[in-house]
Design a protein around this ligand. Structure first.
Ligand code: NAP
Length: 595
């Protein structure tokens, strides 16, 4: 009978934990060497950026690893595989949206188009030979913790070429969720969507089978297109669709800030272009220069340094917040010069960054084109022929594009059951939380990249993801080294984190009055790390292992927390194989003081 259908009665938390009173008792020395590590089975869910980084780092750093990466889509890349909407592009500088250890020279634009990022990720996967771990079209159905075995039972649904599915079970010591937060897209909450007689499509649903987006909209020249939303996706899609359709109406409930000048100014300066240039393409001449490792390193360093210098914008009433608001307002008004009445409709009163700040190059210019309009009146109903607005007007449409975002609640559609039968969705009610965004009490050996509170307002999300993976791999290495069966973050540590998060955000602009996916319905901020990108990097750098509780593989008489010290020798001595002076190759040579 499947693990999932069995009633488990063996969830006693510390059934196999050594008796603490036996701490001073003699050890029954085992016959393994101190570095004769136990095998570790790791299952990673998702082959987006998180899963790819995990695949590289787990296989690099964990000996005797059995790794499987299950990916529900028929390709790698996560959000960059799924999202194919018109205008899809990176909205931070391309050189900061790549792995620290895997630099690409030939980004075509300051903001790389989605297909380039997808191709980059495919090259990374190929280079590190990750397809041997990745199983495509394998979707997580549920996971349950087995207290006795100290393992996760994972149920997976596999689909074949014809779309036929079957389910099976796998199990692992460590379960890593790299499923992102922007992966469960949602329709707008308006009546009648199903009644619409034309085409209705979500930005995250653009069909890969139809080819790149330019192909999919090639017949839209005579179409009246409505596009709901002005988040990052909507802004990019409006810009890309405007020249390709007969007319375009952007339905936007909220005002929003655009920050084109933020990193662009610095990039233009570095590339020697005029301050007001709107040419954001890199040229072959740049690519040639980037081939010089020192030049490239300095360039990237400069861009990333700049990106990491603006976090104070998120602090309410800070000088940078005020300066940015004034600069962005002036810049937005300038770009709206052909339709000055739009400024009142779109330039917000709330602070810059309350909603996700996006550069949106070309968006305001697109809104000023004669075939485009901005509609702020809320949609009350979708009809067969278009939409009805709150003021009673009807707008006829041929196509309705919904750039209406994602379910960012962290309430997963599949069950994850931890210690004592605790359901994750119950643990995460009223809202999700995870210590340093990577782990939660009640769920041993389960870790997240991009878990609750891991988004960033500034800085590079990829650096944060790399650091989260480093942290999790370090936990797995500790489990292997010290023969730990279960590692669980202490509830007290999670509560301390909760208190820190709750203390941090009130001073920021994220609690301003704006609509933002960073906040949950109960007002908690779950979408953002409480601090800057560099703050997160530092916080994740040195795990506080004392914030975790442990149970051990070997339990009972003659064992204890130091049982992993083994038989008093290392593997190379025990087997008389390999190098027995290896530490001489790892010497950390201290600098000699100059005076
Ligand atoms: P989003 O920021 O959540 O925006 C959703 C939009 O849909 C909002 O404007 C929202 O309005 C609107 N909306 C939802 N329901 C509506 C309704 N019933 N009527 C009218 N409007 C409605 O989603 P997103 O644009 O997909 O972006 C999500 C995140 O994805 C971004 O913040 C970013 O982190 C990421 N992203 C990144 C990139 C990149 O280049 N790296 C590109 C795209 C997206 P209200 O806000 O007023 O509710």
């Amino acid at each position: 009978m499947s693990f999932f259908f069995k009633r488990r009665r063996n969830d006693a938390k510390s059934a196999s934990q050594p008796d603490p009173d036996a701490a001073g008792a003699p050890y029954a020395l085992p016959d393994f060497a101190v570095d004769e590590y136990r095998p570790l089975k790791v299952i990673c869910i998702g082959a987006g950026y998180s899963g790819i980084i995990a695949g590289i780092r787990f296989s690099q750093r964990i000996a005797k690893l059995d790794l499987t990466i299950y990916e529900k889509e028929n390709g790698i890349g996560g959000t960059w595989h799924v999202n194919r909407y018109p205008g899809l592009a990176c909205d931070i500088p391309s050189h900061c949206y790549q792995l620290t250890f895997e630099e690409h020279v030939e980004w075509s634009n300051f903001y790389a188009p989605g297909p380039e990022i997808r191709a980059y990720l495919q090259r990374v996967v190929d280079k590190y030979k990750l397809m041997r771990y990745i199983k495509l079209r394998h979707e997580l159905v549920g996971a349950a913790w087995d207290e006795v075995a100290g393992r996760w039972h994972v149920r997976i649904r596999r689909a074949d070429d014809a779309g036929k599915t079957e389910e099976f079970e796998d199990e692992c010591d460590v379960l890593f969720l790299g499923i992102g937060v922007l992966s469960r897209w949602k329709w707008p909450d308006v009546d009648g969507l199903k009644n619409f007689g034309g085409r209705v499509i979500h930005t995250a649903q653009w069909d890969a089978a139809e080819g790149e987006w330019q192909e999919t909209v090639k017949d839209w020249g005579d179409k009246v297109v409505g596009l709901i939303g002005n988040g990052s996706s909507g802004i990019q899609a409006v810009t890309a669709l405007q020249p390709r359709v007969k007319s375009l109406i952007n339905f936007a409930k909220s005002k929003t800030w655009l920050s084109t000048s933020f990193s662009v100014n610095m990039l233009l300066k570095l590339l020697g272009r005029a301050e007001d240039s709107i040419d954001y393409d890199f040229t072959e001449e740049h690519w040639e220069k980037f081939k010089d490792p020192k030049y490239y390193k300095d360039f990237r360093h400069e861009v990333e340094h700049d990106l990491n210098s603006v976090n104070s914008i998120t602090i309410r009433d800070s000088p940078l917040q005020k300066a940015a608001a004034a600069a962005f307002k002036a810049e937005m008004e300038k770009k709206l010069a052909r339709k000055p009445e739009l400024a009142e409709q779109i330039v917000p009163q709330f602070s810059v960054s309350c909603r996700r700040l996006t550069p949106g190059p070309g968006y305001l210019e697109a809104l000023c084109e004669p075939n485009t309009s901005l509609e702020r009146t809320p949609i009350t109903r979708v009809t067969k022929t278009g939409v009805e607005l709150a003021d009673g007007r009807a707008v006829a449409l041929d196509v309705l594009v919904c750039a209406t975002g994602f379910d960012t609640s962290y309430h997963y559609p599949f069950p994850i059951t931890g210690r004592g039968g605790l359901a994750l969705n119950a643990r995460w009610t009223p809202h999700a939380e995870a210590y340093l965004s990577v782990a939660v009490d009640g769920f041993p050996n389960l870790f997240w990249a991009l878990g609750p509170n891991s988004g960033l307002n500034s800085g590079s999300l990829l650096v944060l993801m790399e650091k989260q993976v480093d942290y999790i791999v370090a936990a797995a290495a500790k489990m292997q080294r010290e023969r730990i069966k279960a590692i669980e973050v202490k509830r007290a540590a999670v509560l301390a984190w909760r208190a820190y998060v709750a203390s941090y955000f009130p001073k920021t602009v994220f609690t301003d009055a704006c609509n933002s996916w960073y906040r949950t319905a109960d007002g908690a901020i779950v979408g953002l790390w409480p601090g800057s990108c560099l703050h997160a990097v530092r916080a994740l750098q040195n795990p506080r292992w004392e914030d975790f509780e442990y149970t051990y593989v070997d339990a009972g008489a003659g064992t204890g927390p130091l049982y992993w010290l083994g038989d008093g020798q290392s593997w190379n001595e025990k087997t008389m194989t390999g190098d027995r002076a290896w530490y001489l190759d790892e010497v950390d040579i201290p600098p000699v003081p100059e005076d």
